[in-house]
Design a protein around this ligand. Structure first.
Ligand SMILES: Cc1cc2nc3c(=O)[nH]c(=O)nc-3n(C[C@H](O)[C@H](O)[C@H](O)COP(=O)(O)OP(=O)(O)OC[C@H]3O[C@@H](n4cnc5c(N)ncnc54)[C@H](O)[C@@H]3O)c2cc1C
Length: 406
């Protein structure tokens, strides 16, 4: 029979928030800690973030950047800034012109090294999947798939969200919380491409354009973003679309995405540019005429939207059709049909805000804390997700250390 290991703090999940909690608790003198990690090593997802560069925070973060049912204001202010957090771990950071913060070396490895060096004395129990979690005799008990058992005064549940199973996060860990009666808000993928009508998208496949996008919900604009829009055969992609995905709920038919191909121009200016191209290229086809304004595949798709043949002589375009063309360039509508979950970077949903106190401890579950993506909190691209992971891990780890060490 396997012995039960007795601990002060057990961390379930060695990702961003779990490692942040671990380095914080150990730096404050907590001794009997262990990290349970289902993958062969900790921090695998961190290495993939920011295309291997780890966009670890943003220089202008406020609580308003976050959505979800937990109010992050106090956690963010108790954490302070990520630059100081990492400086204390011996890692310098740099910020780009858009305010995104990276490790100075621009390598995600440096971030993981900083965390792992700071908690080198903590046992990392890898290839161990936590399966059961229950409270008995004034302590938390955790059993793993391999049959190991742990008893700990405090447990931090930092097992991440429900997307990206290759990084250990498939949502199965959330079942432990649900079994303990903790309210969990149904998850959905966020920061991902948005599926749309394949008939509209097919001719646009492979295209990248700079523009702006508006998300419509029940006919009203609820979010606007600017940036590069990428078109695939099935989906709209790019950071601006990833950011819109965070505001899309499951009733997809209520949403539409509008792409403005000329955000810097008034519609009347687009009309006059089309007239001017028509005058110069009078003998050309509509597609050839529009190539003075946009890529040919885009021109074909725009023409198709108003049922004009690409090879029709542009001299035959009526005034109404020119106004319609300008209208599509300004407001090219795409229905929302779903998410490309496999490419999602984060999860919306998780432990409901009302179930957690100001230290991220589950109410009526003394000693159990939830951090990172497992909390119902999500944010746009740009370092906000990781900032929340560091901040939530730090606050939970510090609070537990204060209770244990005092
Ligand atoms: C490709 C990609 C790029 C990204 N880029 C950025 C970026 O540049 N900037 C940014 O801010 N955010 C980025 N994110 C999002 C960010 O990585 C996550 O929001 C963040 O890592 C969440 O931290 P976490 O601690 O909650 O969970 P995770 O970091 O996901 O860690 C959870 C850990 O728990 C382990 N685990 C799960 N279940 C169990 C179990 N039952 N027992 C034991 N262990 C378990 C998992 O294996 C995993 O190691 C990116 C995400 C992806 C997928």
């Amino acid at each position: 029979m396997m012995m039960k290991q007795k601990l002060d703090l057990l961390i379930i999940g060695g990702g961003a928030s779990g490692l942040s909690a671990a380095v914080t608790a150990v730096s404050m003198g907590v001794k009997k800690i262990a990290i349970l990690e289902r993958l062969p090593r900790t921090g695998k997802k961190i290495l993939a973030t920011g295309n291997g560069r780890c966009n670890l925070s943003h220089e202008n973060i406020t609580a308003l950047d976050y959505q979800g049912s937990y109010d992050v204001t106090e956690i963010l202010s108790r954490f302070g800034d990520a630059e100081s957090f990492f400086r204390n771990l011996g890692l310098y950071c740099r910020t780009d012109e858009q305010g995104r913060m990276y490790p100075y070396s621009m390598s995600a490895n440096a971030v993981l090294d900083a965390l792992r060096l700071a908690c080198a004395e903590i046992p990392e129990l890898c290839n161990e999947t936590a399966m059961d979690l229950y409270f008995k005799n004034s302590a938390w008990h955790v059993r793993t798939e391999s049959g190991q058992e742990f008893v700990s005064r405090f447990v931090i549940f930092s097992a991440g969200g429900t997307v990206q199973p290759k990084f250990g996060t498939d949502g199965s860990a959330w079942k432990m919380l649900e079994k303990s009666g903790i309210p969990v808000i149904k998850s959905r993928p966020v920061l991902c491409p948005v599926l749309s009508d394949n008939k509209i998208l097919k001719p646009l496949k492979g295209l990248r354009v700079k523009g702006s996008v508006n998300l419509y919900y029940q006919g009203k604009i609820i979010q606007s973003e600017t940036g590069e829009i990428q078109f695939t055969e099935q989906a709209l992609s790019g950071i601006c679309i990833f950011n819109l995905s965070g505001s899309i709920n499951h009733q997809f038919s209520e949403y539409q995405i509008s792409v403005n191909l000329f955000p810097e121009l008034e519609i009347s200016e687009i009309v006059s540019r089309i007239y001017s191209c028509q005058a110069v290229r009078y003998g050309c086809s509509c597609e050839e005429m529009l190539s003075g304004l946009m890529q040919k595949s885009l021109a074909r798709a725009v023409l198709k939207q108003i049922r004009i043949k690409a090879d029709m002589p542009c001299s035959q375009l009526a005034d109404l059709q020119i106004r319609q063309l300008a209208g599509i360039c300004h407001d090219f509508r795409f229905p929302v049909l779903g998410f490309v979950k496999e490419q999602a970077q984060a999860t919306a949903g998780g432990v409901a805000g009302k179930a957690l106190d100001e230290n991220l401890q589950v109410k009526n579950h003394d000693g159990l804390f939830i951090t990172g993506e497992a909390v119902d909190v999500h944010a746009p691209c740009g370092g906000y997700q990781l900032h929340w992971a560091w901040a939530s891990g730090y606050v939970a780890g510090k609070y537990i250390a204060e209770r244990l060490v005092s």
